[in-house]
Design a protein around this ligand. Structure first.
Ligand code: UDP
Length: 236
């Protein structure tokens, strides 16, 4: 399989078409952005960590009957994935209050939420990814009612699986963002990535942040945090 043209370049990844029908290659970069691109930087080695971590997690989720876009890891930074059209809805799942939820609702960061919170945002940089609900998504034609039923059920199941998975690594899963894609036959599958860029991960004992908040909040130790998550994942 060979890369052909660059289809899309995002903040953290490039997506290439390939000479094989229905397959793309994702190439993970070290570029980091926050606050909708207002803050820019580099996290050395991030692309490698995110590629390998996302693939391990997706492989694991597949074993729990969550369909994903993952086909095959090709190199440190490159992975072959199923070509999908991304549903333009960011799905956020929260177990502990943090970030925008804490700010918006005045719930102190670190407060355990008595029940899981599921949020949708419209994927639109020009509008700053505004939060929407099911009826907005349906009215705007972003997804059908059936798509959202599938997506929410997968999101909650993924949360349960990941809470357990990270707990075994001494990590609390605070919240995360996932995206889904639609195959030409209409099937919904998990796409994009699951990494310290897209999850809040806190050490279970010290509550030290092991994720992109270290970059967002200029806390230092960003590279080390990504490597620490990778080290726990691989047991190296
Ligand atoms: N998140 C993400 N991409 C975004 C916005 C949020 O991956 O464009 C992730 C973020 O890393 C966190 C979760 O979604 O794990 C919830 O983020 P929040 O809404 O609190 O926004 P933030 O504080 O990151 O702006």
């Amino acid at each position: 399989m060979k890369k052909t043209e660059l289809m899309y370049e995002g903040k953290a990844k490039r997506v290439y078409a390939t000479d094989t029908d229905g397959i793309c290659i994702v190439d993970y970069k070290d570029d980091a952005t926050a606050f909708n691109g207002a803050k820019k930087g580099t996290i050395v080695g991030k692309g490698v960590v995110n590629n390998r971590m996302s693939n391990r997690i997706m492989r694991m989720l597949e074993k729990h009957d969550i369909p994903t876009h993952l086909i095959e890891e090709l190199s440190e930074r490159e992975t072959a994935v199923v070509r999908v059209s991304i549903v333009p809805v960011e799905v956020i799942v929260r177990n502990i209050a943090a970030g925008s939820l804490s700010k918006r609702l005045g719930i102190e960061e670190g407060t355990k939420l008595p029940s899981v919170v599921l949020e949708y945002c419209y994927k639109n940089d020009a509008l700053d990814d505004p939060m929407i609900n099911d009826s907005h998504a349906i009215a705007m034609g972003l997804a059908t009612k059936e798509d959202l039923d599938t997506i929410s059920a997968y999101a909650l199941k993924i949360d349960e699986i990941l809470i357990d998975f990270f707990a075994k690594l001494g990590i609390e899963l605070v919240d995360f963002k996932i995206e889904f894609g639609k195959k030409p036959d209409g099937t919904i599958i998990l796409a994009d990535e699951i990494s310290p860029d897209t999850c809040r991960l806190w050490d279970s004992i010290t509550h030290e942040k092991l994720d992109k908040d270290r970059f967002r909040r200029d806390m230092g130790g960003v590279e080390d945090a990504y490597q620490e998550v990778m080290r726990r994942l691989t047991g190296e």
